[in-house]
Write a protein that binds this ligand. Structure first.
Ligand SMILES: Cc1cc2nc3c(=O)[nH]c(=O)nc-3n(C[C@H](O)[C@H](O)[C@H](O)COP(=O)(O)OP(=O)(O)OC[C@H]3O[C@@H](n4cnc5c(N)ncnc54)[C@H](O)[C@@H]3O)c2cc1C
Length: 499
């Protein structure tokens, strides 16, 4: 058994994954988190007896979560009660055109042929194509890309014909579907990466395939329960989680990380240092700029980042029984709305909104007869210079109006008992998310795989990166992979020591 020391900066999903695997392998894990709770953007937000997920509400590729628990010698099911959500979501295109994608093949066929006549065969072709693409691509996301040699791995070469990176997601789906709304139903998932379907590489069409083939899951208590479960595993293995202990700087000597300096003034030495803090934030605040070249903050300023989100967390004194778990209300001109988010960077007059009515599935989130409502509105990141102090109140009104009119939430405003708003400015200033880009560095082709920050940090030895801003990407399954890859690299490096 090793008694080597690992220090982790941040208790988000990436840091927790790496922490639980390494703690199980005998490392002395010390995890420093600046907030008073674990989870980062995947933390629990509690307001007067109402419990919300701060960020992620869709769990996909559940098998990856199960695998990382197995690597830590555990069964995910012993810690989490995970339910499948079906229908997946309600997609509202306006003018009474509402689509409920479902695992029930008969209901799915009936809906597609009624709403988008002649497209069911195309759906079947899409799913067949994406199944192969998924099988080829997923293994590429499970390994590090630390050199150009690694970039030429056999598994990537095998996947090349399916990368479709020369196409946008929208163009790719246009090869299958004839109906505009149906194309949107299979491309809006670009927003999970904070990108536009018209510029996001078609590589990511596997996301809608993953939803349709593998499903969307919800752990009872919310997705924050996953982070809490991981923290529990770390502590069961003797690891220590230090809450409310911000790291001020990663200590570097002769090009190698030596541990961290805490804001309290304490120095914590370690054999390996893992950074889970938001990548852009870490480069700008946690590492002395003299150690940075490729990822120097000046260079970061030229990189493409994701959009941001305006958030409303509402505790209600009633449950809207007819509103499904996940709801997406598309702006009548969705393309314009997306352009405003990503290109012209202005607040949309008519935004698209996502509403989660999780209490319909999960009674643990609110007192009996009450419910929680989570509303997410994609909007420009802080490069837009939108004045959120001035815009917050009118934007909230607009969003609630749309929710009341189109979301099946009549008289919503009258039923709000508690409320919390998070704006893009809050994401940046209170949560340490670089330029409020909630989904990190964009996933454009020149910022993917070898071109994304490597898990063994290129600039500093004994320093590893995990989380959405690093390889393989933003989104829980890929973040769990980043934790698995970094833990694997550390284990490989210490193989001589362990065995
Ligand atoms: C609104 C929203 C919705 C999302 N929805 C989904 C979804 O449905 N499905 C999905 O798969 N993904 C979703 N994501 C994306 C992604 O899964 C989450 O953002 C995820 O929590 C990111 O994990 P992470 O490991 O990168 O770190 P983070 O969650 O960002 O955690 C980093 C941690 O580091 C800490 N930290 C920072 N600086 C310091 C310091 N100096 N010292 C100590 N600690 C520090 C932070 O406090 C934080 O706890 C969503 C994200 C957001 C914001």
């Amino acid at each position: 058994m090793s008694s080597k020391k690992v220090v982790i900066v941040g208790a988000g999903p990436g840091g927790l994954t790496a922490g639980m695997i390494l703690a199980n392998k005998g490392y002395q894990v010390d995890l420093f988190e600046k907030q008073q709770t674990v989870g980062g953007r995947n933390a629990r937000l509690s307001l007067d007896g109402y419990h919300f997920d701060l960020g992620p509400t869709f769990l996909m590729m559940k098998f990856i979560l199960e695998e990382v628990f197995e690597l830590a010698g555990r069964k995910a099911e012993d810690y989490l009660d995970i339910r499948s959500i079906d229908p997946l979501y309600r997609l509202d295109f306006g003018e009474d055109r509402v689509f409920f994608p479902t695992h029930d093949k008969f209901r799915l066929e009936e809906q597609i042929e009624r709403l988008f006549p002649g497209n069911y065969r195309a759906y079947q072709r899409f799913m067949k194509y994406e199944k192969v693409k998924f099988k080829r691509l997923v293994p590429c996301l499970q390994v590090p890309y630390d050199s150009l040699g690694a970039f030429a791995r056999t598994r990537l070469i095998k996947a090349l014909p399916y990368l479709d990176a020369h196409l946008s997601l929208y163009k790719h789906l246009s090869r299958f579907f004839t109906d505009e709304d149906l194309k949107i139903a299979f491309t809006f998932q670009a927003k999970y990466l904070g990108m536009s379907p018209w510029s996001c590489p078609a590589t990511f069409s596997i996301i809608s395939y993953i939803e349709h083939a593998g499903g969307i899951h919800h752990p009872i208590g919310g997705l924050n329960r996953i982070s809490q479960a991981m923290a529990k595993v770390i502590e069961e293995e003797g690891g220590r989680i230090h809450l409310g202990q911000p790291v001020q700087e990663v200590l570097v000597e002769n090009g190698r990380a030596q541990g961290v300096l805490l804001e309290s003034g304490d120095r914590v030495k370690a054999d390996h240092t893992i950074i889970n803090a938001d990548f852009g934030h870490a480069m700008s605040h946690l590492i002395d700029r003299k150690h940075l070249r490729k990822w120097h903050p000046d260079r970061l300023a030229k990189k493409e980042f994701s959009c941001s989100t305006f958030m409303l967390y509402l505790g209600l004194d009633k449950l809207y029984k007819d509103v499904p778990h996940h709801n997406i209300l598309f702006a009548s001109d969705y393309r314009k709305n997306v352009r405003e988010i990503a290109e012209t960077m202005v607040l949309s007059e008519e935004p698209s909104i996502y509403i989660q009515n999780a209490s319909i599935t999960d009674p643990t989130l609110a007192p009996e007869g009450h419910s929680t409502l989570y509303i997410l509105v994609p909007c420009p990141n802080n490069r837009s210079r939108i004045d959120w102090e001035a815009n917050q109140a009118p934007f909230r009104e607009k969003v609630l109006e749309i929710a009341e009119k189109r979301g099946g939430l009549a008289d919503l405003k009258k039923h709000i008992t508690v409320e919390r708003i998070i704006t893009p400015t809050d994401w940046e200033q209170k949560t340490g998310v670089h330029i409020g880009a909630t989904f990190n560095l964009a996933h454009s082709f020149n910022q993917m795989l070898y071109f994304r920050p490597h898990n063994q940090f290129e600039e500093i030895g004994d320093c590893y990166l995990v989380g959405g801003g690093t390889h393989p990407g933003s989104g829980l399954p890929t973040i769990y992979e980043s934790g698995r890859i970094s833990a694997g690299l550390i284990l490989k490096r210490d193989a001589w020591y362990l065995y």
